[in-house]
Design a protein. Structure first.
Length: 323
């Protein structure tokens, strides 16, 4: 769903933008590193953000909404101009849209874990956005020269560098059922939804826009059902449709930072009650397991809320499997 780590509620807005610039955008998107640091020092933009609900102040949301209105990569000057001259319009986009980054390359960091589970699989993703990460078996992969063919010849090849003893599979998992849940599902057949997804791609990250377009084409050919609903309240009802002969896998990437602590705890309880295999791909500190320090901008791939399998790149570029 989301970008990287969302907002840290324990620090102020300016500090959140500095943290985003230095820990997440640095070395990945120079334009957004510069923009994050500029916003942190711009009293006019910060005053605009402080008028928004706390959950709507994330850098990813401001930058994507600005890009959506500008039709171009935002700069410190153009964001300030929007805040001064088009504040109501900008606030409107930020109020109605969510940070729903749907990076298909995250499938590459999930694939080794999916292939370790008893086959066939029933995949259920919470925070599924447009469902692009529900299509792991359709994409092809390149793990440092080790190629794996997916089920759709026209699908993009997802490249991922591997370190550590990762159980890189020889074939894609056997998926017999799939579904997603999202509070605001995006539709790959709606031009404005695709445009919003494109605005969530960070400038400077080569290939992500083309990969998004190619993955959206796969989703149009093999549309995964996405249910409008809540990740805790509606999980059991959607899971009930999964075939009993398949291993039910509940998974998510960059979703829980946008969910309050009470709802997170409710979700954890529902997942455990289901008896499903649970794969969490989130920033450190989001689950009680593992280190709480999110420095470095990476995710932790955690199995069943307890076992840390790997450190992963938030956008799927690499995976460091733990012994």
């Amino acid at each position: 769903m989301g970008g990287m780590t969302g907002l840290d509620p324990t620090i102020d807005t300016a500090s959140n933008y500095r943290r985003f610039a230095r820990q997440e955008a640095a070395g990945r998107s120079p334009a957004y590193e510069e923009l994050g640091l500029a916003v942190a020092e711009d009293g006019v933009v910060l005053a605009f953000l402080e008028k928004l609900p706390a959950g709507k102040r994330q850098p990813n949301l401001l930058f994507a909404a600005s890009r959506y209105l500008l039709g171009d990569v935002p700069t410190p000057g153009s964001v300030r101009h929007l805040v001064v001259h088009r504040a109501r319009e900008l606030a409107g986009v930020m109020a109605t849209r969510l940070t729903q980054t749907n990076e298909p390359a995250r499938c590459a960091t999930l694939l080794p874990a999916l292939c370790l589970l008893p086959q066939p699989l029933a995949l259920l993703e919470v925070g599924a956005s447009a469902g692009l990460t529900l299509l792991a078996d359709y994409y092809s992969y390149d793990f440092g020269g080790h190629r794996i063919a997916g089920k759709d010849d026209g699908a993009p090849v997802l490249s991922c560098s591997v370190s550590g003893p990762a159980p890189v599979p020889s074939e894609v998992p056997d998926v017999v059922w799939r579904a997603g849940i999202d509070v605001n599902p995006l539709d790959v057949n709606r031009e404005e939804d695709l445009e919003w997804l494109a605005c969530l791609v960070w400038p400077g990250e080569e290939g992500r826009a083309q990969r998004l377009a190619a993955a959206a084409a796969v989703a149009r050919r093999h549309p995964p059902p996405i249910h409008r609903g809540d990740l805790a309240d509606d999980l059991a009802a959607v899971a009930a449709d999964a075939p009993p002969r398949a291993t039910l896998v509940v998974f998510h990437s960059a979703v829980l930072p946008y969910v309050d602590q009470r709802k997170r705890r409710q979700f954890f309880e529902v997942v455990k009650h289901l008896g499903a295999e649970w794969l969490s791909n989130e920033a450190p500190g989001i689950l009680p397991t593992g280190p709480a320090d999110p420095a470095g901008g990476h995710f932790l791939l955690i199995h069943n809320g307890e076992s840390i399998l790997a450190e992963t790149d938030g956008h799927g570029a690499w995976i460091r499997w733990r012994p």
